[in-house]
Design a protein. Structure first.
Length: 376
């Protein structure tokens, strides 16, 4: 009897472009390639055309999220005779009839950098501990995330597998064509940021650092902040204007998936000055596309970037400006960073990530018997 793997597929929604979605898809593709019996559980919002061939989708009634998580899903796992269940999130069914592997990408939902919410954080910490302690295994994206899980949730480190996020095959060296340059307002030369505009992304410091660059360098380069965070964009636009940068900073919104490799590959610099990251996928994507990368030396970013990019204290605006000026002003440095980045990124294959997750699922399924009622 083959292993029956069950996966929470609610991240597979139209318009959703997250690391969790990509992670889920790569695991599903690997499961299909390995010939595993794989059931994907979704709800009315799940996009079935995104599911790889060989995966059996099952849509469950969605009243409220807690009901789906704790009532509909456990009943389906029991009915379908799942041998092991993968949650791409930190949460899980509390009464699952089979072993459960959860995925903790970061702990921002407990303690967001620079924000204190005592009651909320205490409540979420207790809930996260409940989920984590009852899971049969935990996947973390980085050693940084693993340490945070151990320290904040009190989990035995031996129960946590560090499995880095894998890159999709579309991320490879490319360059923007004229239509893309016009669509996203890139100009001839540009530095690029890709992501949301949440406070931990540290974009106000990036803007202030950019404002201190020599005027000829700023005139020769456009700073492009790409992301669909329309709620926080006006504040950043106002800051740019107050710094005299309104004409030199672009906010093109969301970059289409098909265009993203070219925008990375054509950048003179990709900068990710985050105060905290569980992993830092844009840095890896940029390196795979041949872009020089500058990143904050915090969170999981040093593990991702290694010695293939420049790492800087993200709270030191002078150091940040100096690193930007160094890369933009020195073609030899840019070429060295490009070459190192390509080598570094080549190690983060989606196949390696997905295969390690599947190996963990198979090992976890054998760790304790599932209460299977499988008919076939």
């Amino acid at each position: 009897m083959s292993l029956r793997v069950a996966v929470d597929g609610r991240e597979l929604r139209a318009g959703v472009r997250t690391g969790i979605r990509r992670y889920t898809l790569e695991v599903l593709r690997a499961a299909a390639a390995r010939g595993l019996d794989c059931v994907l559980y979704g709800d009315a919002g799940t996009t079935l055309d995104a599911i790889p061939p060989g995966i059996r989708p099952v849509l469950l009634e969605h009243r409220v999220t807690a009901w789906w998580d704790q009532v509909a899903l456990p009943a389906a796992l029991r009915r379908d005779g799942a041998d092991v269940f993968l949650s791409p999130y930190y949460k899980r069914p509390l009464a699952a009839p089979c072993p459960v592997v959860i995925t903790v990408h970061d702990l921002f939902f407990i303690h967001y950098p620079g924000r204190r919410r005592r009651v909320y954080d205490a409540t979420m910490t207790r809930l996260a501990r409940l989920y984590a302690h009852g899971a049969d295994a935990i996947v973390a994206d980085s050693e940084h995330s693993r340490r945070a899980i151990v320290d904040r949730l009190g989990i035995d480190p031996g129960r946590i597998a560090v499995i880095p996020v894998g890159l999709g095959p579309e991320f490879r060296p490319a360059a923007p064509v004229m239509a893309q340059r016009e669509r996203y307002g890139l100009g001839p030369r540009y530095a690029l940021y890709v992501g949301n505009f949440l406070p931990h992304k540290n974009l106000p410091r990036l803007l202030r650092a950019w404002a201190t660059l020599a005027e000829p360098m700023r005139a020769a380069h456009r700073l492009v902040l790409a992301g669909g965070d329309v709620l926080r964009r006006p504040a950043l636009q106002a800051l740019a204007a107050s710094l005299g940068l309104a004409d030199g900073v672009g906010f093109p919104g969301i970059v289409d998936d098909a265009d993203l490799p070219a925008l990375y590959g054509g950048a003179a610099l990709v900068v990710l000055p985050s105060l905290e990251e569980g992993f830092g996928l844009p840095a890896l994507e940029a390196m795979a596309c041949g872009a020089p990368v500058l990143a904050g030396c915090r969170g999981g970013l040093p593990e991702v970037v290694g010695d293939a990019g420049l790492l800087v204290d993200p709270e030191d605006e002078r150091a940040l400006a100096g690193a930007i000026a160094r890369v933009l002003g020195n073609q030899a440095d840019r070429q060295t960073l490009r070459e190192r980045g390509l080598v570094r990124a080549a190690a983060f294959t989606p196949e390696a990530t997905a295969e390690r997750v599947l190996d963990l699922l198979q090992a976890t399924a054998g760790a304790r018997p599932a209460l299977s009622t499988r008919a076939g």
